[in-house]
Design a protein around this ligand. Structure first.
Ligand code: AMP
Length: 287
């Protein structure tokens, strides 16, 4: 695997590959890789000649300094996983490479960021938009791969790519889970033993909500209330939000009408670690 920390040599390498007619796939990550990330690498290697993975813990998307400080960093293990998965290029810049001048640009995503993560993490999507646009300009991929795990992030990047004419195909890949249903996340390694057990309640609640929705006897309000009550008054679990939304635009769903496009989305702090997860009503929908 070719490893680059600087922009110019990476660009020179990729431009040469483009001249040779190679198709470039790109997987941006913050490292501490797990099988969820590797599923994106696999999706990219299947359809592209060269897969580029970036590992960069982007400070501008963290609204909580202690979360940034404690974010797991496991570069040596990450490199080994990427090699095993057949990733050809790793880009792992530092802050001076990614932010050589003070950033004055502010990105706003309108209605899409007024809910869920945008509402609870001030400035988060400005940071995500900044770093993803920088990375897309650096790598200039034919296709970029993102996880459904960060549904709102994917929709915001999709909007940015459309509005700014990035000539890039975006692919949203399904969530990879632990055997007990917990969505894989780099933050899971920070969960204590008891918090790790508690964390399964997120997926369980999403599954219950989906089952109730499909059954059609409870209203959306009743389902939200049920999940809210189930997850409140617990030690070590603080529910931030549970929303039932249109998977394409995140507008609230108000009726249990039959449509495929529904997403159940949740965020909670479990033992002090912030986790998010979501479930589509119909796992087969394409967004
Ligand atoms: P991160 O390193 O957390 O910024 O994630 C990098 C990419 O991996 C994002 O597009 C995530 O949505 C995706 N991702 C994270 N966890 C999972 C998972 N459990 N399954 C699939 N994709 C994931």
């Amino acid at each position: 695997m070719h490893v680059f920390q600087e922009i110019s040599p990476l660009k020179a390498f990729l431009h040469q590959k483009k001249r040779e007619g190679k198709r470039i796939g790109f997987v941006p990550t913050m490292g501490a890789l797990h099988q969820g990330h590797i599923s994106l690498i696999n999706a990219s290697t299947e359809y592209n000649d060269i897969t580029v993975c970036s590992i960069y813990v982007n400070p501008t998307q963290f609204n909580n300094p202690s979360d940034l400080k404690k974010y797991p960093r496991t570069l040596a293990a990450d490199k080994a996983m990427l090699e095993d998965a057949g990733c050809q290029v790793l880009f792992c810049p530092d802050n001076t490479v990614m932010y050589p001048v003070e950033t004055t640009l502010q990105l706003h995503f309108g209605r899409l960021e007024k809910t869920m993560e945008g509402k609870h993490r001030q400035g988060h999507f400005n940071g995500v938009g900044l770093v993803v646009s920088k990375l897309l300009h650096i790598v200039e991929p034919d296709a970029a791969y993102f996880g459904q795990k960060d549904l709102q992030q994917y929709l915001i990047i999709r909007q940015m790519v459309q509005e700014l004419f990035f000539p890039i195909a975006l692919v949203c890949c399904p969530i990879i889970r632990e055997p007990d249903g917990l969505a894989m996340s780099s933050r899971n390694v920070r969960l204590s033993k008891t918090a790790r057990k508690k964390a399964t309640q997120l997926y369980q609640s999403l599954s219950e909500a989906r089952a109730l929705f499909i059954e059609g006897r409870a209203s959306v309000g009743q389902i939200k209330k049920y999940v809210g009550q189930k997850l409140t008054n617990q030690t070590d679990l603080v529910l931030e939000y549970f929303e039932i939304v249109d998977a394409h635009n995140l507008l609230p769903i108000t009726k249990t009408y039959k449509t495929d496009q529904v997403a159940f989305c949740i965020a909670a702090e479990v033992g002090g670690i912030r986790l998010i997860d979501n479930l589509f009503l119909n796992e087969a929908i394409h967004i």
